[in-house]
Design a protein around this ligand. Structure first.
Ligand code: FAD
Length: 440
């Protein structure tokens, strides 16, 4: 029996798409190549696996990712709802228990009668079936080749790095202290460095051996997520004004000049991630250089940092406003593949693609995502013609500039109020679909 639609990739975007489409009554065939074809980064065969940090960004409405999550909650996002259940204390960050989260997403998909799962690599674009492509930054090489052939895109990737995780028991508590930046909570373990220790560490980082992409012209990084050694190469003080800044911390020792923050990665607190410490250093160098931080002298690693390829389509050249491929009607791109970066941004694009697909397949009016919402700004970014396209995360810099020489600072609170009003309207329209007679 045929299905209404195919979703390819069971990551954040694909899981969001599949669960949303099923909620709207469409039957879905969800393709996922793991575990028979693993990526270099995923560790399980679960749906919705978070591949690195356990943080989905801020939850505050004035922050772009906080607003994006609030908008997604209004639209009934399956992923955000499950993340809410798995939340861990982490100061202002919205962190989750990664294992619990992916287990919950997997269970929801497996138990959904409208979703059939196909554990297989998708290699050829079959546009005879409506399809959402959500194969993500680690799209399999065969399918990446196929996309290049079908869409004619060059340069569909950049390089990105992952932060290491360590066992909590291996951190020296005498050289670290509990505190969150700018808050009363004590959700982060801060590894303190004196002035001398900091500069010795930075100099070691600047000259440490790295794993680099094969050719130098491929060494392009995403500016929003630079490896720490790349930040260190930009200046001796760059790290202490970046991820190692010691500001806003209570209980800070007097001689604390910089910190590395560690955040719980599971509910039990047995594993800690190095916050903002993505690195492409060779493994032995990670042990040596991070071992110069007093609290990490005897650190035992759950996972080392690493560098990986990050695939995306040049959205403005190939996508229509509803994330549909211009050259292949009824095929949509979602998630990181369509040119956003970040867990929550990928989820948002999974939801948008699913709503657009459902509207087309069921002849409902297409939902309009205004640029007065964070979701709409992301859609606009990945679909509007621009030179020098690079993936983006949610941020207020996506707002179109007002004409005139003087640019006013964005009133974030006011923007959020209007955004949520707009999104409520979309949510009401989508809510009405389920009560209307469907038109298959
Ligand atoms: C190493 C790494 C670290 C990252 N760290 C962070 C972070 O800390 N915070 C953050 O906000 N964002 C991070 N990102 C960026 C990004 O937000 C996440 O990768 C996010 O998971 C993207 O969601 P997605 O659904 O688009 O892709 P994914 O979650 O990767 O899902 C894609 C799925 O498609 C499957 N697949 C691929 N090719 C095929 C095929 N041909 N056939 C069938 N299945 C296929 C894959 O196995 C995978 O399950 C990171 C990205 C990478 C690669």
């Amino acid at each position: 029996m045929g299905v209404d639609i195919r979703v390819v990739g069971g990551g954040l975007a694909g899981s969001e798409s599949a669960l949303t489409l099923a909620r709207l009554g469409l039957s879905v065939e969800l393709w996922e190549m793991r575990p028979s074809h693993q990526t270099d980064i995923h560790e399980t065969d679960r749906f919705g696996e978070l591949v690195c940090s356990n943080s989905l960004g801020s939850n505050a409405l004035r922050d772009a990712r906080g607003l994006l999550k609030a908008e997604l909650r209004l639209l009934g996002s399956a992923i955000v709802r499950r993340a809410d259940v798995c939340r861990l204390p982490a100061g202002k960050a919205f962190a989750v228990d990664k294992g619990q989260f992916s287990a919950l997403v997997t269970q929801s998909i497996q138990s959904n009668p409208l979703i059939s799962i196909r554990r297989e690599e998708y290699r050829r674009l079959d546009s005879s079936v409506p399809t959402i492509l959500a194969t993500g930054p680690l799209t399999s090489p065969d399918f990446l080749r196929e996309l290049r052939e079908c869409l004619g895109c060059e340069n569909l990737f950049f390089y990105d790095a992952v932060a290491p995780s360590i066992w909590t028991h291996s951190v020296d508590r005498n050289s670290s202290f509990l505190s969150s930046r700018g808050g009363d909570a004590a959700d982060y373990l801060n590894c303190s460095l004196t002035r001398e220790e900091y500069y010795a560490f930075v100099h070691a980082l600047q000259s440490a051996r790295r794993h680099l992409p094969e050719t130098p012209d491929e060494q392009k990084y995403f500016e929003g997520c630079l490896p720490v050694e790349e930040i260190a190469r930009r200046g001796d003080d760059a790290l202490r004004f970046g991820p190692m800044r010691p500001v806003g911390l209570r209980e800070r020792p007097e001689n604390c000049f910089a910190v590395i923050q560690l955040r719980k990665e599971n509910r039990e607190g047995t594993v800690l991630g190095l916050v903002g410490f993505q690195t492409s250093l060779a493994i032995a160098e990670q042990q040596r250089v991070l071992g110069m931080i007093p609290a990490l002298r005897n650190a035992e690693y759950v996972r080392y940092g690493l560098i990986h390829r990050n695939t995306f389509l040049r959205g403005p050249s190939v996508l229509s406003q509803d994330l549909e491929l211009q050259a292949f009607p009824r095929v949509w791109a979602a998630g990181q593949l369509c040119g956003v970066d970040g867990y929550i941004e990928s989820t948002a694009m999974g939801l948008v693609a699913a709503l657009n697909a459902a509207a087309l397949l069921r002849s409902f009016p297409r939902p309009v995502f205004s640029v007065k919402t964070m979701t709409g700004l992301l859609v606009d970014y990945v679909t509007r013609d621009r030179e020098d396209f690079q993936p983006t995360n949610a941020n207020y810099g996506l707002l179109p500039l007002e004409p005139g020489p003087k640019q006013k600072a964005v009133d974030r609170e006011a923007f959020a109020v209007v955004a949520l009003q707009h999104m409520q309207k979309v949510a009401d329209e989508v809510g009405a679909w389920t009560t209307q007679k469907t038109n298959p």
